[in-house]
Design a protein around this ligand. Structure first.
Ligand SMILES: NC(=O)c1ccc[n+]([C@@H]2O[C@H](COP(=O)([O-])OP(=O)(O)OC[C@H]3O[C@@H](n4cnc5c(N)ncnc54)[C@H](OP(=O)(O)O)[C@@H]3O)[C@@H](O)[C@H]2O)c1
Length: 238
């Protein structure tokens, strides 16, 4: 296992269920933590809880390239490059095509795919110069297995998975590792607005999902965990 102590780690979507628990674990393991989130009050509360200084947390909407660039240049001016980048930002609009609006489709792609591209575009170059690093994204099982009623979400997450697989090929001559995490149903605020018959008490907990990310951050850099799957046994409501 690689030590996290002193590693420079950015958690994007840090205000979310999985992001916030991952941030707590990383902080308790001694990482130099940077947080990025869209919701200012949630981000400040988390930063205060974890004693993260203002230089290390950024209110950023990842669908705004200018905002991602500003945060990235401030982070890079302090540390040069990140050791680990975790993108745990995402939105879950899970609806069948007939009730899905064009705006909801575009919004899903903007956050889950275009935003993830903006993040890579800004944070990868310094990592590439250093030829080392770990990039973790969360396409989820709906990024590789179809489900009825998930047109927009699956489009965005299959796209994310494809983008990262292609990038992995581009980075073959470096020691930059790309890990795609395929979580099944995980009990976070993500599900609060989703109208599906599921049993959230049978989901993976946010803490368990965060522990998986924390575990992945500590894998030896001599190899790469390309894919990691964590699913509940069964959560279909009867
Ligand atoms: N929960 C699951 O069952 C599950 C399963 C597979 C994969 N995933 C993926 O895991 C990731 C984390 O999900 P979660 O379960 O922790 O959901 P969550 O609790 O809803 O957290 C998602 C986070 O993403 C942030 N976010 C959304 N749009 C953003 C934007 N434009 N810019 C910056 N941040 C933005 C949200 O910020 P706000 O607080 O401002 O909304 C929130 O903090 C997502 O990518 C999700 O697709 C989740």
């Amino acid at each position: 296992m690689e030590k996290l102590s002193g590693k420079r780690v950015l958690v994007i979507g840090a205000t979310g269920g999985i992001g916030s628990h991952t941030a707590r674990l990383l902080k308790s393991s001694g990482a130099e933590l940077f947080l990025m989130g869209r919701n200012a009050s949630k981000l400040h509360t988390l930063a205060e809880e974890l004693d993260i200084p203002p230089t290390h947390h950024y209110i950023t909407d990842i669908t705004r390239f200018d905002e991602v660039q500003t945060a990235a240049s401030q982070i890079h001016s302090q540390i040069g490059h990140l050791d680990i980048l975790i993108n745990a930002a995402g939105v879950g609009i899970i609806k069948p095509l007939e009730s899905l609006s064009p705006e909801e489709f575009v919004y899903s792609l903007n956050v889950n795919l275009v935003g993830a591209f903006y993040v890579l575009k800004t944070f990868l170059p310094p990592m590439k110069e250093h030829k080392k690093g770990l990039i973790i994204n969360l396409p989820g099982v709906l990024g590789k297995t179809p489900m009825a009623g998930a047109v927009a979400y699956s489009a965005s997450k299959y796209g994310l998975n494809g983008m990262l697989k292609s990038l992995r090929e581009e980075l073959k001559r470096t020691d930059i590792r790309i890990t795609n995490v395929f979580l099944g149903g995980t009990d976070t605020p993500f599900w609060d607005t989703i109208d599906l018959r599921v049993q959230r008490d049978k989901f993976v907990t946010a803490q368990e999902a965060a522990r998986a990310l924390w575990f992945l951050c500590q894998q030896p850099s001599s190899g790469v965990v390309s894919e990691f799957v964590l699913q509940p046994f069964n959560h279909q409501a009867i």
